[in-house]
Design a protein around this ligand. Structure first.
Ligand code: FAD
Ligand code: FES
Length: 297
């Protein structure tokens, strides 16, 4: 374990502890690959890595079929850890993924016993509500599409510590939804743009209503999803002076600070590297959550 201060944490009196990755890439063994609505949940056992914190991510590569014969993908791809359970054989890690390109296509084809190469856990995790707002009584989690992945582990972490949490999850349509089994709780409200589940409309409509409640200022909002959703969450929270953390995405080539491919501007000037100073950033640290090239709609 170790702590590190990055530009996105400027102004924080508390710097969240990040779990440090062992040096280099290691092999984990796939133990399950299941369909979950329009997504897949791939689980593997990491025999020697630490238990990650919610909000951290791994750079993943399949042991076979990755970049062979001059074909894409060449580079590893970044994935948030959606669940992590320590057991006698190692840490069982689960990733929620949507098949959108060559990397996710290969990962979606993994079977039991296949090798999943991983580097991580990387990046900074979510902060506890009281670390962001001394008066916080609980948390509101807002997930959009595949962005619910890091929130699933965060919800469980908060519940295990006895902290009240409510989850708002939004999906575009049935084909772009899934991962609900990772949210084993009753306090989940749904929204879908096509009306197939819950409120017809955006998940931010639900957040807007929730923030109108008396206790809004005593909640901290945690969000992950497509950039327009994150931007709507950032703007709503700024307007109502509610503390928020955003788990953001940008194209990542290395995942550990070497390539500067993930640089994004800070509100007060300068840049951060999202892979080491994020991917979880304090909403007030950024001018906008609209990041060019962040994969998912
Ligand atoms: C910190 C972090 C955490 C993440 N967590 C998850 C997660 O939990 N689950 C998950 O599914 N994904 C996650 N992602 C996103 C995932 O890493 C990317 O979507 C990844 O690039 C997918 O790799 P790919 O090879 O399948 O697709 P890529 O080829 O990299 O394409 C990704 C997206 O970009 C689009 N695209 C590709 N090329 C172009 C082009 N020339 N012009 C326009 N659009 C293009 C594709 O249509 C697709 O939507 C995360 C990313 C980050 C940075
Ligand atoms: S992905 Fe290489 S510096 Fe962030």
């Amino acid at each position: 374990m170790g702590a590190r201060r990055g530009p996105a944490s400027r102004g924080r009196s508390f710097v969240p502890e990040r779990v440090l990755a062992p040096f280099g890439r290691r092999r984990s063994e796939v133990v399950a690959n299941e369909v979950s609505g329009g997504y897949r949940i791939v689980s593997s056992v990491d025999p020697s890595g630490p238990v990650p914190a919610a909000g951290q991510f791994y750079m993943l590569t399949c042991e076979r079929g990755w970049g062979g014969g001059g074909e894409r993908p060449f580079l590893p791809r970044a994935f948030s850890v959606a669940d992590a359970v320590a057991g006698p054989e190692g840490v069982r890690l689960s990733f929620l993924l949507e098949d959108v390109g060559p990397g996710t296509h290969e990962l979606a084809r993994l079977g039991r016993g296949d090798g999943l190469l991983l580097t991580g856990p990387l990046g900074s995790p979510f902060s506890m509500p009281r670390e962001l707002n001394r008066d916080a009584a609980g948390a509101i989690l807002v997930g959009g599409g595949i962005g619910l992945a890091p929130l699933a582990l965060w919800r469980r972490t908060l519940a295990e510590r006895g902290l009240p949490e409510r989850s708002l999850l939004g999906f575009r349509d049935r084909a772009h939804s899934g991962g609900m089994e990772l949210f084993r709780c009753s306090e989940v409200r749904l929204a879908s743009e096509d009306g197939h589940a819950g409120h017809r409309g955006y998940v931010t409509d639900l957040l807007n209503v929730m923030l109108e409640g008396d206790d809004a200022r005593s909640s901290v909002v945690y969000a992950c999803g497509p950039p327009p959703m994150l931007e709507a969450v950032r703007a709503l929270c700024a307007e109502r002076e509610v503390e928020a953390e955003l788990a953001m995405e940008s194209p990542m080539a290395c995942g550990y600070g070497a390539c500067f491919g993930c640089a994004m501007p800070l509100r007060d000037g300068g840049y951060m590297r999202l892979c080491v100073d994020g991917p979880v950033v304090r909403a007030s640290a950024v001018e906008t959550a609209l990041v060019a090239g962040a994969g998912h709609r």
